[in-house]
Ligand binder design. Structure first.
Ligand SMILES: NC(=O)c1ccc[n+]([C@@H]2O[C@H](COP(=O)([O-])OP(=O)(O)OC[C@H]3O[C@@H](n4cnc5c(N)ncnc54)[C@H](O)[C@@H]3O)[C@@H](O)[C@H]2O)c1
Length: 361
């Protein structure tokens, strides 16, 4: 069992049945009521194992969220809050999220506001949830097409990462999560980036290597979060690729949703381009990044039609201030700086570059 601390929140990577989840259920939370939040897929693929391995959870209330980013909205949160109230859940009870980033973002948010805050345990079931969304205490709900505009910082009591859940994860969701793994390496660990890009995907995702990949990626994020828990400074580097990535994700939300990780991967190309244009990242590194991302992730051919909408969405990004769009730039592979000011023209050039990278070479 690998134990990692993320701003005092214990993260355990390994077999859930050997983890301190057992002790928490049987001792700390033995007499409180439990609510398990799932979505339709984790209800079908993950819940049965949890209830069989931990029979005390059979008495838990199960709340089923509709699957997908388009449901990460306040309307669904209100329904869950009403259900908690109807079940008579009180502040000393426990919420357990069992799902990907949408479930941990919503479940974490609800846990942070219901009765002014309940304890919450995350059991992430997607790669993206394991390496990123369940860690660091950020919760997020979308507002229209604007991503994560509503949210809180609410650290879970603990996070348990067990790769057994990944056995049913669809291939495109593996790729989505891998984008955040690549981002973590890009912003703070050159050696890990080189290891990742030198390995074949099936080798990387073998049981043994996956354990290493999870540990490394979780450690990178946890170290950054511990240094800057409320994102006043360094934690912003974890947003590399996300200013443009979130805007692309928001734009396609009503059209044909594209996975979070795929959008972040496209954002990585566009923001690496700006890092190069502004003189921080070398052209050789930029080309290396483009090559890796292009081989793994598709880019919709029609996104330039929506450039003005995408730029509008960027202008509403949470990281901006009154002066304009703020972005992270790579200084080199493995090192990133934050709070760079970008204007609309830069943003447009970055989107043009993204298009060229896919369709003009
Ligand atoms: N709070 C944070 O710090 C943070 C960080 C990164 C991303 N996020 C958020 O996370 C979300 C993306 O996370 P995600 O990609 O996990 O999305 P998701 O929760 O929608 O999961 C992706 C898909 O995989 C399915 N799934 C999950 N686990 C499964 C399993 N074991 N077997 C079969 N299917 C399974 C889900 O039902 C869904 O269809 C976005 O909303 C993003 O904004 C939050």
């Amino acid at each position: 069992m690998k134990k990692i601390n993320c701003n005092s929140c214990p993260i355990e990577v390994g077999d859930l049945e050997q983890s301190s989840f057992v002790d928490l259920l049987h001792n700390h939370y033995s007499s409180v009521r439990k609510v398990i939040i799932v979505d339709e897929n984790t209800h079908d693929f993950c819940l049965e194992y949890l209830l069989t391995a931990f029979p005390t959870l059979e008495e838990a209330e199960v709340i089923l969220l509709p699957t997908g980013e388009e449901n990460k909205v306040m309307e669904v949160c209100f329904q869950v809050l009403e259900a908690l109230s109807e079940y008579g859940i009180v502040r000393s009870d426990l919420i357990i999220t069992l799902g990907g980033g949408v479930v941990s973002d919503m479940g974490g948010f609800i846990a942070s506001i219901y009765k002014r805050g309940l304890d919450c345990i995350h059991i992430p079931t997607s790669l993206l949830g394991m390496v990123d969304a369940s860690l660091g205490g950020k919760t997020g709900i979308d507002l229209g097409n604007y991503k994560n505009q509503i949210g809180t910082f609410h650290h879970p009591v603990a996070v348990f990462i067990d790769q057994r859940f990944l056995s049913t994860l669809p291939e495109e969701e593996w790729k989505s999560g891998f984008a955040e793994v690549l981002k973590h390496a890009l912003v703070s660990d050159k050696e890990e980036w080189e290891r990742l890009i030198a390995s074949k995907q099936d080798e990387l995702f073998s049981e043994e290597n996956l354990a290493l990949l999870l540990e490394k990626s979780v450690s990178i994020k946890s170290n950054v979060v511990t240094e800057d828990p409320t994102e006043k400074g360094k934690r912003k580097i974890l947003n590399f690729g996300h200013t443009i990535g979130h805007a692309i994700e928001g734009y396609y939300l009503d059209l044909e949703p594209i996975s979070h990780g795929n959008c972040v991967a496209l954002g990585i190309i566009a923001e690496a381009y700006l890092s190069n244009k502004k003189g921080t990242l070398s052209t050789e590194d930029l080309h290396g990044i483009v090559q890796v991302i292009r081989a793994l992730y598709p880019c919709p051919e029609d996104f330039l039609v929506g450039v003005s909408n995408i730029i509008e969405l960027m202008k509403n990004d949470k990281k901006n201030d009154q002066q304009g769009i703020r972005m992270c730039f790579l200084d080199e592979i493995g090192s990133c700086s934050w709070n760079h000011l970008v204007d609309e023209n830069d943003a447009k050039m970055a989107l043009d570059y993204l298009y060229q990278a896919y369709y003009k070479n």
